[in-house]
Design a protein around this ligand. Structure first.
Ligand code: CP
Ligand code: NVA
Length: 310
C-alpha cells in the first residue's frame, strides 16, 4: 500500500496493527525512547484549507521520528489553480519522501496519489478525514480497551469526519449510527461500503434522523455543522441542525460510561454545549493529542517501512 486516502484501504488487520503501533510509539515517546526511523526523510504538507491539529501534529511527528516537514500554504502552491495537481505531484516526488495534502475535492488527493511516486496521505478532503479517524479509534480504544461491540452515536452532518468514522468503526466491529437532520446524511456509497465492512466484522452502521439512536451509546461524537468551504451555508444549516446539538440531555440518554468526542475546532453553544465540551465525559483533548500518536505510527509504517505488529 503506497497511499493513505481512506481508512477502508487498510482493512481490519492493518488498521488494528496500526493502532497497536501508535500505542507502542506513544509509550516509547513517553520514555524518551523514540527511534529516528525517518532520519533524512522529508514530508511536504500541502494545505488548501486552514489547520491547527493536522499541521502541527504532522510537523511534530516528523521531527520526533528524525525527519522534517515542510508547510506549503494555500497561496504558495495554488493546487489545481496556479499549477495542475498532476504537475504538483510529479514535482514534489522529485524533492520529498512523502506528501500530506488537505484539499477541497477528494478527487484532487486521488489525483495527487496517482501521479506521485511517493506516498500521499489524505490530511482531509471533502469526503474523508482518515487521519482523524485513526486518532478517534485510538481514543475509543484507550478508554474502553477494545473497539468491537462499542456503540458510537455521531450527531450532526454526514460529512468527511462521519464518513471516516463509518468506515473505521465498521472495520473495527463497532456499531456506528450517524444521526442527522433530513437531507444531511452520509453519502450513500460510503454508507454501503461501511455496511459491507460491518457485515464482515460483526459491526453495524446506520444513518437515521431519529435521536433515539443515542440511547445507550458508549461514545457521543459531533463535528461542525458547516465544514470548511460551506461557510455560506452556516446560517441556513443552523436551524436544521439545532435539534442535533450534543448537550447534557444527550449525555443523559447515553450509557453511564459515555465519552464525548469532537474532532475540533468546536463551536461551543452550536454543535456542542459548553457543558458537554468541558465536562467530565469529554475526551476531546486526548483525541487531539492522539492525532500525533496515530500519525507517528502511520508515517513510521508508510514512509519509514516500520513493520506493523499484530
Ligand atoms: N481536526 C482537525 O483536523 O483539525 P485541524 O483542521 O485544525 O487540522
Ligand atoms: N468537517 C470539518 C472537519 C474539520 C477538522 C471540515 O471539513 O471542515
Amino acid at each position: 500500500m503506497k497511499d493513505f486516502l481512506s481508512l477502508d484501504q487498510l482493512g481490519p488487520e492493518r488498521l488494528a496493527a496500526l493502532l497497536t503501533l501508535a500505542d507502542r510509539l506513544r509509550e516509547d515517546q513517553r520514555r524518551g525512547r523514540l527511534e529516528p526511523v525517518l532520519a533524512g526523510k522529508v514530508l511536504a504538507m500541502v494545505f488548501t484549507k486552514p489547520s491547527l491539529r493536522t499541521r502541527v501534529s504532522f510537523d511534530v511527528a516528523m521531527l520526533q521520528l528524525g525527519g522534517q516537514a515542510l508547510y506549503l500554504s494555500p497561496a504558495e502552491v495554488g493546487l489545481g489553480q496556479r499549477e495542475a495537481v498532476a504537475d504538483v505531484a510529479r514535482v514534489l516526488s522529485g524533492y520529498v519522501d512523502a506528501v500530506m495534502a488537505r484539499v477541497f475535492a477528494h478527487a484532487d488527493v486521488v489525483e495527487l496519489a496517482a501521479q506521485a511516486s511517493v506516498p500521499v496521505i489524505n490530511g482531509l478532503s471533502d469526503r474523508f478525514h482518515p487521519c482523524q479517524g485513526l486518532a478517534d479509534l485510538l481514543t475509543v480504544r484507550d478508554t474502553f480497551g477494545s473497539l468491537a461491540g462499542r456503540r458510537l452515536a455521531y450527531l450532526g452532518d454526514g460529512n468527511n469526519v462521519a464518513h471516516s468514522l463509518l468506515l473505521g468503526g465498521a472495520l473495527s466491529g463497532m456499531s456506528v449510527s450517524i444521526i442527522h437532520p433530513e437531507g444531511y446524511g452520509p453519502d450513500a456509497t460510503v454508507l454501503a461500503r461501511a455496511a459491507a465492512l460491518a457485515r464482515m466484522s460483526g459491526g453495524a452502521v446506520e444513518s437515521t434522523s431519529d435521536l433515539a439512536a443515542i440511547d445507550g451509546a458508549d461514545v457521543l461524537y459531533t463535528d461542525v455543522w458547516a465544514s470548511m468551504g460551506q461557510e455560506e451555508e452556516a446560517a441556513s444549516r443552523r436551524s436544521a441542525f439545532l435539534p442535533y446539538r450534543l448537550d447534557e440531555a444527550c449525555i443523559a440518554r447515553a450509557s453511564a460510561h459515555v465519552i464525548v468526542m469532537h474532532c475540533l475546532p468546536a463551536h461551543r453553544g452550536e454543535e456542542i454545549s459548553a457543558g458537554a465540551m468541558d465536562g467530565s465525559a469529554a475526551r476531546v483533548f486526548e483525541q487531539a493529542e492522539n492525532r500525533l500518536h496515530a500519525q507517528r505510527a502511520l508515517l513510521a509504517w508508510l514512509v519509514g517501512g516500520a513493520p506493523l505488529l499484530g
